[in-house]
Design a protein around this ligand. Structure first.
Ligand SMILES: [Zn+2]
Ligand SMILES: [Zn+2]
Length: 545
């Protein structure tokens, strides 16, 4: 996809404000004491500790991550947050950790009496349990069921007991007028939602392939470009939630494999996509003489708990205190040892330090916000948003009255070009004062409130990532499980850079003065979310713009 210049909503708003309007009104006296506690020196000290060699990259289920968890617990206790889990401040997140046996794993096609096996990298995927599934294959388009858009890839096909073959992403993705949120993504574009949809339709497995006519790298191609942790000397074991809602395997297949499977469909893969894009009518069909066997084995498997760290600041208003604003980040990163430690200073010592700083800021303010604030530092984000998905499925406060989520993940750097983002997103020349907000389509109210408060802080706010669909940014941090629950939830993100998921993501490279402004803006925005008579609304089905 080509990313052409387009006006940046927030950028335009911010410069207009700076140029023409009177300066922002002074800080209300009642929130000044908390605001004054947010200081660059303490953010620097906390990031430096969390990203130090001693914590060994805070890998989920490893001792360095436990040190980070215990540090957050002690900070929440010092701030005087209310513990709301049996165990105090720790919400247990039960995990299964396993290592796939690549030598053993395969997907085989049986057609015309002969069987043909494929192995990695033609087929890639794993599952926590051993899998032996044989079933015929149904092509199910993009695998999307969107009743409010009048679109259903499963209309007219039965996948009960079958394996569904689907395209990644969503129809019409290069069309700014697409009902699927223009050139941005909707919630339907993620493989998790597609997997759940296939499961709900009775499928026993899913094969997913990059859209044949895509104008961007497939997910696998993109991940291969990150380098760093993607090419580390010792690959990481997989982790998934134990006893969770996903019960069938999903395998990513190459274009070549998809082409061969679809050979009996009566149309070329590119023609199938073209027709869906043009008519928005399903092209789903059973594939004649196409039986697939998915065979998966693991070399190791164990169960263990990690922990979300959670503390509550109860609201001061008798009727609004039942409602919740969540301020979150994640404490884990990619581990390592010796000379190969993934320090994760930006990702996400910065967000962790930001959440802790806000806990202290609100706790030290003599006046309390009206709604309650839930401070959360999630576990196992790097392993697939596991802590956040667990909390969204096992909430500690009712989700129906959770009004907003501010999620910090990488709030410390200046965005810079890197291999991963090359040709996929345009990066402005000066990013030293710039913050990306992700999720604007789903709550313009939220975006407006942050933009209003930004008049006091003066960052440049940027919504570029809401208009791209190649980097999948919308799905890639802990706000997303809450977006799936219809809660206005934004990812606050300073953007990618060459040290992203590399051992060079170190504390000395953070822009602490910008990070301080971001935490200040979150403080001010949280007050608004907590005290405004009307909370931001959620838009269930954004139609682009
Ligand atoms: Zn992260
Ligand atoms: Zn990360």
């Amino acid at each position: 996809m080509k990313f052409t210049s387009r006006p940046l909503l927030y950028l335009a708003a911010a410069s207009a404000v700076n140029a023409a309007e009177p300066p922002a009104p002074p800080l209300p006296a009642q929130i000044a004491p908390g605001y004054a506690t947010i200081r660059a020196e303490s953010l620097r000290a906390d990031v430096t500790f969390l990203a130090s060699d001693a914590l060994e990259g805070r890998l989920s289920l490893q001792p360095g991550n436990t040190v980070a968890i215990e540090w957050i617990v002690s900070e929440f206790a010092k701030a005087g947050l209310q513990p709301i889990v049996d165990d105090g401040y720790r919400q247990a997140v039960p995990l299964v950790e396993y290592r796939a046996d690549r030598a053993e794993n395969r997907v085989s096609l049986t057609r015309a009496g002969t069987t043909k096996p494929w192995a990695f990298p033609h087929v890639a995927g794993s599952y926590k349990d051993d899998v032996d599934v044989t079933a015929s294959v149904v092509f199910a388009g993009f695998g999307i069921t969107a009743p409010e858009l009048g679109y259903d890839d499963y209309a007219g096909v039965d996948v009960t007991g079958k394996i569904a073959l689907i395209f990644d992403h969503e129809p019409q993705e290069t069309d700014p007028k697409s009902i699927f949120n223009g050139t941005g993504n909707t919630r339907y574009a993620t493989s998790r939602v597609k997997l759940l949809n296939a499961q709900n339709h009775g499928a026993v497995g899913v094969l997913i392939v990059g859209e044949p006519n895509r104008k961007h790298p497939s997910n696998q191609e993109r991940i291969a470009k990150i380098g760093g942790s993607a090419t580390r000397s010792l690959s990481l074991a997989s982790q998934v939630l134990d006893n969770h809602e996903l019960r069938i395997p999903i395998i990513t297949i190459s274009d070549v494999v998809a082409q061969e499977l679809l050979a009996t469909s009566g149309a070329l893969p590119s023609a199938l996509q073209e027709k869906i894009d043009r008519e928005l009518q399903p092209q789903s069909r059973a594939l004649p003489d196409t039986a697939i066997t998915i065979h998966l084995r693991n070399t190791t498997r164990r169960r263990a708990n990690t922990y979300n760290v959670v503390g509550l600041l109860p609201g001061s208003d008798p009727s609004l205190a039942a409602e919740t604003i969540i301020i979150s980040g994640h404490h884990d990163h990619d581990g390592g040892s010796g000379s190969e430690i993934y320090h994760g200073a930006d990702d996400n010592a910065s967000g962790t330090a930001g959440v802790v700083a806000l806990a202290h800021a609100f706790a030290r303010n003599p006046v309390r916000p009206k709604r309650s604030l839930l401070f959360v530092v999630f576990a196992a984000e790097e392993r697939g948003l596991l802590g956040a998905f667990w909390m969204a499925a096992h909430p500690l406060r009712p989700l129906a009255t959770t009004r907003a989520v501010i999620n910090f993940d990488m709030i410390g750097r200046n965005e810079e070009a890197s291999e991963q983002t090359k040709d996929l997103i345009e990066i402005p020349a000066d990013t030293t004062n710039r913050l990306n907000l992700i999720g604007g389509f789903y709550s313009p109210d939220y975006a407006r409130t942050v933009a209003e408060e930004n008049r006091r802080v003066g960052l440049v706010l940027d919504d570029r990532f809401d208009h791209e669909s190649a980097l999948n940014v919308f799905f890639r941090s802990d706000q997303f499980p809450f977006v799936l629950k219809n809660i206005p939830a934004f990812w606050w993100f300073t953007g990618f850079h060459p040290d992203y998921h590399h051992v060079t993501d170190t504390a000395d490279r953070i822009n602490y003065s910008k990070m301080t402004k971001i935490v200040q803006l979150a403080f001010l925005s949280t007050w608004r979310f907590a005290d405004d008579a009307t909370a931001p609304r959620f838009v269930e089905s954004p139609r682009g713009r």
